[in-house]
Design a binder for this molecule. Structure first.
Ligand code: NDP
Length: 333
């Protein structure tokens, strides 16, 4: 059994000596277990985060532990009533050629339904990420402009194609001419832009003459810098990934944006601006409810009343410094 373990945690970008290749005996299944032969191992950006000893939505890989990862495997020996040799399963067996499983988290795959590797790609975690993130948070509508980076990869390529299916314009961002040609000509995005071009930000602006309605965030960094000035009012930004800042970027610097974006992502924060007028149809209910709360004493209020209109300028300047205490009102007459 060949396996790849985390030899040490990266200091900055990952290096080859953070990994170690080991050869160990193939394990024998105990009661209730199956022995899996790994056919495909998925490599995904999130694995970089698992190499760090940082609090995340999932535990880090232990030093000397097998690198984790999604896998497609064949059952070659079974002491589990639900599986027999020859069964093909989706598992999370990590970077190794054989693994034991007690069945937890295994899902049987139909080898005739689709090529097996798609279970860790378009029909697996990345495809589902694109589908769920775009449709739940992005909610693209016909005629809208959807922008996504890493557009030739499993998530981005799927985002753009679903956007097109939903009648939106898809603008893909990718690295280099070959990837851009693929995104445009094979995947059918309306436009593809190379984020390494010196005039990338201008090209993006030209590609989005009506602004951006959905930005599916996969990368962060310079791409986000070019995107956010183009966002339209009521634009949606599913924050899915920030690969530009995964590999050793120091998030404690003076620029707090990378750390904020990381927290928005890993804590699934909803950050939505609003101007109260957009909710104006709630006002009748508000008036009735708030009047009731005032009447019952459940809600209190405090006013800071200043006499005389000519005192308004000074009172107003004080408001900006915190000199008022409660709702500032001028008694004019
Ligand atoms: P990809 O296979 O597309 O690989 C990542 C790509 O990102 C690279 O090929 C590269 O493409 C691009 N990239 C890397 N660095 C930069 C950079 N500095 N600026 C711009 N682009 C860069 O990845 P996936 O499709 O698997 O994942 C895409 C994103 O989705 C990742 O951020 C990942 O972490 C995230 N993700 C999030 C999930 C979630 O549940 N939130 C689940 C799955 C994925 P190019 O050469 O075109 O620039």
């Amino acid at each position: 059994n060949t396996r790849i373990v985390l030899a040490s945690r990266p200091q900055g970008p990952v290096k080859p000596d953070n990994f170690r290749i080991e050869t160990v005996p193939v394990p024998a299944p105990g009661d209730g277990e199956v022995l899996l032969k790994i056919l495909f191992l998925s490599l995904d950006p999130y694995m970089r985060g698992r190499m760090d000893d940082a609090v995340s939505y999932a535990a880090p890989v232990a030093v000397d532990g097998v690198m984790e990862g999604g896998t497609v495997a064949e059952v070659i020996e079974s002491k589990h009533p639900g599986y027999k040799p020859g069964d093909i399963v989706l598992s999370h067996s990590g970077w190794q050629s054989y693994a034991l499983s007690d069945g937890t988290g295994l899902r049987k795959l139909d080898p005739d339904a689709a090529p097996l590797s798609t279970a860790v790609g378009i029909l697996g975690m990345p495809g589902f990420t694109a589908y769920a993130g775009l449709l739940t948070i992005g909610q693209p509508k016909p005629g809208e402009t959807v922008v996504v980076a890493a557009a030739s990869g499993p998530v981005g390529s799927t985002v753009g194609q679903i956007a097109r299916i939903k009648g939106a314009r898809a603008v893909g961002i990718a690295g280099g001419a070959d990837k851009c040609a693929f995104v445009r000509d094979e995947l059918g995005f309306d436009v593809a832009i190379d984020h390494r071009a010196p005039d990338f930000a201008e090209q993006l602006q030209q590609a989005c003459p009506k602004g951006i309605d959905v930005y599916f965030e996969n990368v962060g960094g310079a791409v986000w810098d070019a995107v956010f000035p183009l966002l339209n009012t009521f634009a949606r930004v599913p924050v899915c990934g920030l690969i530009a800042q995964y590999d050793g970027l120091d998030l404690s610097g003076k620029d707090r944006l990378p750390a904020l974006m990381r927290d928005i992502l890993k804590k699934s924060l909803t950050v939505r601006g609003f101007i109260q007028r957009e909710f104006i149809d709630q006002r009748p209910v508000f008036l009735e409810t708030m009047s009731g709360w005032l009447h019952s004493g459940e809600v209190k209020y405090r006013e800071d009343i200043v006499d005389g209109l000519t005192n308004a300028p000074e009172a107003f300047m004080g408001l900006l410094k915190g000199h008022n205490f409660g709702k500032l009102v001028i008694r004019v007459a």
